[in-house]
Ligand binder design. Structure first.
Ligand code: GDP
Ligand code: MG
Length: 593
């Protein structure tokens, strides 16, 4: 395809503004999908993605429109996957900015739009959901101009749901978005945009060819990884997989090369010809680093092998989480896993539970602390509160900070500022645009990882949006808080907290655990402690009678049922010393409420 007949674009949208629905309509109108196939959203592949309304893996679809080839790149919709988003954007020359006609511009839209602007993209505003009674396209246009600072006079008005404005959108893509540039005679230079594991094809790699041509049968080299592979398939998605002989300069498509694990295919890597390599890789390559760590342990120790197998399987398709075996006095054998963020953690945990049918205990999520040691000198990276060195060996502890951008209607601003303040936030900026506040805070990542996002959503009734980037490490007065149940430390619940927060956090944990741990035949003290010093304490009173005694001895089947039910319940509990703690308690106790 000649360069001037190609358009590569992505769709930027806040969650639920209609990105997937619009993409499906574009595919339908250009002939790739029937009405019936339209029913099942094509671009959201996995069940979890659909249920949560997010798109995790970038996908691309090739559309034919009036003699032009349009490549639509779907991008992940969550802050945890920011680097993948940046690479999908780098594979395009423009973006559709989809904004809900009733909701207007939201924070997540902003973060992606700014990235797109940085890539010198041409941005085409699309105001969607104009069928809604509350739709106010003129107001949204003004917002786009005020807040984002781009011309919205040429915005296309659509209803992806009812099919209004779809052809206009396609025409506008051809008119507004510039064709790609590149040198078709130069050595092959292609970007590895994304990869995923397919049980039939092996690893499928999504690529954008910048220079040269990528052909079936070609020997290629991954410049960062340093590996060579033989291309055995080349093609594109229309949205059905279509094999081609080659991908030319400016084109987006996929290749397979008998690769078994996605870990061998780093997003952002440069693919070149092994025999005639390009001299310079593409800019912007980054290795993805997990930022949140937690332990995953089987509730039933006998499930350890199953957990290991399941984790290995998941890893085949997601190279962005890491794991190593971990053993804990109380929890036995499990894995210490690293994730890109909390959503990523939840997705993996949910898949292990749901797809692999495992009962898991997740220990308190933790960020990576940087510890400078006193006597022996040197530094350590602390991934697990259990490995915290003795305080007198520590010269200084530093923790990662983020810059958070929160965008919220005025009426919820007060409680949001309080939330940020409570989480040790430092306010950096506060501006108002058309009835909404945009506030920027610096916050310790540690204060955000657990339930900040949930709290933010609940106090703003879902209206606040949140986006963040890391801004480096800063020293802090951080201490390890242990939780003791019946005098025994429960290491799954120990966490690193700021000294100023320790007492409140400790008291809260003890209160929560008091409700979450069932009564036993004896009294159970629950304590929070720093070093040897107890900072909070609760007691669970002893159970007075045997539960079966209320069956009056008469009804033997009822009695048996009750005992079976107890046994069932037991399976989902862990024993600490002689106290049983239900699985739910581990996560629930950590929520700040
Ligand atoms: P995404 O999260 O941006 O991919 O959004 P989806 O495409 O999944 O759409 C979110 C919700 O909005 C779904 O329930 C859609 O049916 C609905 N939706 C999408 N486009 C429109 C539209 O034009 N009008 C109306 N009324 N609803 C829409
Ligand atoms: Mg979607």
């Amino acid at each position: 395809t000649p360069l001037d007949k190609i358009r590569n674009f992505s769709i930027i949208a806040h969650i639920d503004h209609g990105k997937s629905t619009l993409a499906d309509r574009l595919i339908q109108v250009t002939g790739g999908l029937s009405e019936r196939e339209m029913q099942a959203q094509v671009l959201d592949n996995m069940d979890i993605e659909r249920e949560r309304g997010i798109t995790i893996k970038a996908q691309s679809v090739r559309l034919e429109w009036k003699g032009c080839t349009l490549n639509l790149m779907d991008t992940p919709g969550h802050v945890d996957f920011a680097y993948e988003v940046s690479r999908s954007l780098a594979a395009c020359e423009g973006a559709l900015l989809v904004v809900d006609a009733a909701q207007g511009v939201e924070a997540q839209t902003l973060a992606n739009v700014y990235q797109s602007v940085e890539q010198n993209h041409e941005i085409l505003p699309v105001i969607n959901k104009i069928d809604l009674p509350a739709a106010d396209p003129e107001k949204v246009k003004a917002e786009i101009e005020d807040i984002i600072g781009i011309d919205a006079s040429g915005a296309v008005l659509t209803s992806a749901k009812t099919g209004i404005g779809i052809e206009e959108t396609l025409d506008a893509i051809v008119d507004v978005i510039p064709p790609p540039k590149g040198d078709s005679d130069a050595p092959l230079k292609a970007m590895l945009v994304d990869s995923w594991y397919d049980p039939y094809l092996g690893v499928v790699i999504l690529v954008r060819v910048k220079d040269g041509t990528l052909k079936k049968g070609q020997q290629i080299k991954f410049m960062q990884a340093g590996t060579t592979h033989l291309v055995d398939r080349v093609g594109c998605f229309r949205p059905k997989l279509t094999q081609l002989d080659q991908l030319g300069t400016g084109e987006i498509g996929f290749i397979t090369a008998q690769i078994k694990e996605v870990a061998q295919t780093a997003v952002g890597d440069t693919i070149t010809d092994a025999k005639r390599p390009t001299d310079k890789p593409l800019p912007g390559y980054q290795e993805v680093q997990p930022v949140v760590f937690c332990g995953l342990f089987p509730v039933d120790a006998a499930d350890f092998d199953k957990l290991r197998e399941s984790i290995h399987k998941l890893r085949l398709n997601d190279a962005s989480f890491t794991f190593e075996t971990e053993s804990s006095a109380a929890l036995g054998f499990g894995f210490r896993c690293g994730f890109l963020g909390l959503l990523h953690l939840e997705i993996i945990q949910e898949r292990l539970t749901r797809e692999y049918d495992l009962d898991l205990i997740t220990t308190a999520p933790s960020v990576v602390y940087d510890i400078e040691l006193t006597h022996e000198g040197g530094r350590i990276e602390l991934h697990n509160p259990a490995d915290m060195p003795d305080p007198n060996r520590i010269e200084e502890i530093s923790e990662p900070w983020i810059k958070a951008m929160i965008y919220v209607p005025d009426e919820y601003l007060g409680p949001i500022l309080k939330l940020c303040q409570d989480r040790r936030g430092i306010q950096k900026n506060l501006t108002y645009v058309s009835g909404r506040a945009q506030v920027t805070y610096e916050l310790p990542l540690n204060e955000v990882v657990f339930d900040f996002y949930d709290r933010l959503k609940s106090i703003s009734r879902g209206y606040a949006s949140f986006d963040y980037e890391q801004v480096g490490y800063r020293p802090g007065d951080l201490v390890k808080m242990s939780i003791l149940v019946n005098g025994e430390p429960v290491d799954a619940l120990s966490m690193i907290v700021h000294r100023s927060q320790a007492e409140a956090r400790g008291r809260h944990m003890c209160e929560r655990l008091k409700d979450l741990i069932p009564r036993h035949l004896f009294k159970i003290p629950i304590q929070a402690a720093i070093g040897g010093k107890v900072i909070a304490r609760e007691t669970i009173a002893a159970l007075r009678k045997d539960v079966t005694s209320k069956c009056y001895g008469g009804d033997i089947t009822r009695k048996r049922k009750l005992l079976e039910k107890q046994k069932e319940g037991k399976k989902r509990m862990r024993e600490y010393g002689n106290v049983s703690i239900p699985q739910e308690a581990f996560i629930a106790a950590l929520k700040m409420g």
